[in-house]
Design a protein around this ligand. Structure first.
Ligand code: 5RP
Length: 229
């Protein structure tokens, strides 16, 4: 199985958890998009679900493929969310936000009774942190926010570069109109403590540590998909 086939295998296994009539949070990223493609086939075959997308990018794909959408304000409580991840540890702590949708992804996950993470096995890690941690920030005062993040991380024994996401065209802007720092702290032994410390900084809108949100993960490898819970 190549990387894409593993994503499809995880998405296919997640589809078995989707029931007729569900209010469904729909994630962002290449793995979540494989899920949307499979879901759209089921919808074309008669499955009825109402989806809440976690990004404008996912919304566009759903509309293109005929998956019916509602806003989170129309459906404030969801039965199930299916989303990808950048890293998953054995306790189902996640790093998310590689695709820049972490804020909406976290709001949607928190509004869901169940959250299923779909990923290929390269995303499984013993300890979070090899993937740079996305931190969504308000654009106002970004230099001060950077210093505050660095100091908070240092107090937890973490050092590393904070890179403002973007290109020569300018900073990447999230669907909420914010910027993202990608923080290369390396191994994060206490993700809960880092999460609390980041939330205490006024310029931080949200961070990509997802703790106590995932119900189970479906991890696909060359031999097929397995469940971690
Ligand atoms: C987007 C995310 C994605 O779920 C994460 O980046 C994984 O993406 P992919 O499935 O393309 O590897 O958090 O904000």
């Amino acid at each position: 199985m190549d990387a894409r086939e593993m994503k499809i295998a995880a998405a296919q296994a997640a589809l078995a958890h989707v029931e007729d009539g569900m209010r469904l949070g729909i994630g962002t990223g290449s793995t979540a998009e494989e899920f949307v493609r499979l879901l759209a086939e089921k919808v074309a075959g008669g499955l009825s679900v109402e989806g809440v997308p976690t990004s404008e990018r996912t919304a566009r794909l759903c509309v293109e493929l005929g998956v019916s959408l509602k806003s989170l304000d129309e459906l404030p409580e969801l039965d199930l969310t299916i989303d990808g991840a950048d890293e998953v540890d054995p306790a189902l702590r996640l790093i998310k936000g590689g695709g820049g949708a972490l804020l909406r992804e976290k709001i949607v996950a928190a509004a869901s009774s169940k959250v299923i993470v779909i990923a290929d096995e390269t995303k499984m890690v013993d300890t979070l942190g090899a993937f740079p941690l996305p931190i969504e920030i308000n654009s106002f005062g970004q230099a001060s926010t950077r210093i505050a993040i660095e100091r908070a991380a240092e107090r937890l024994g973490l050092t590393g570069d904070l890179t403002l996401r973007g290109s020569h065209d300018g900073p990447f802007m999230t669907d909420g109109g914010h910027f993202i720092f990608d923080a290369s702290f390396g191994r994060i032994p206490d993700a809960e403590a880092l999460g609390h410390a980041l939330h205490a900084i006024p310029g931080v809108v949200e961070h990509g540590l997802f703790i106590n949100l995932a119900t189970l993960a479906i991890i696909a490898g060359p031999q097929g998909a397995r469940v971690v819970e």
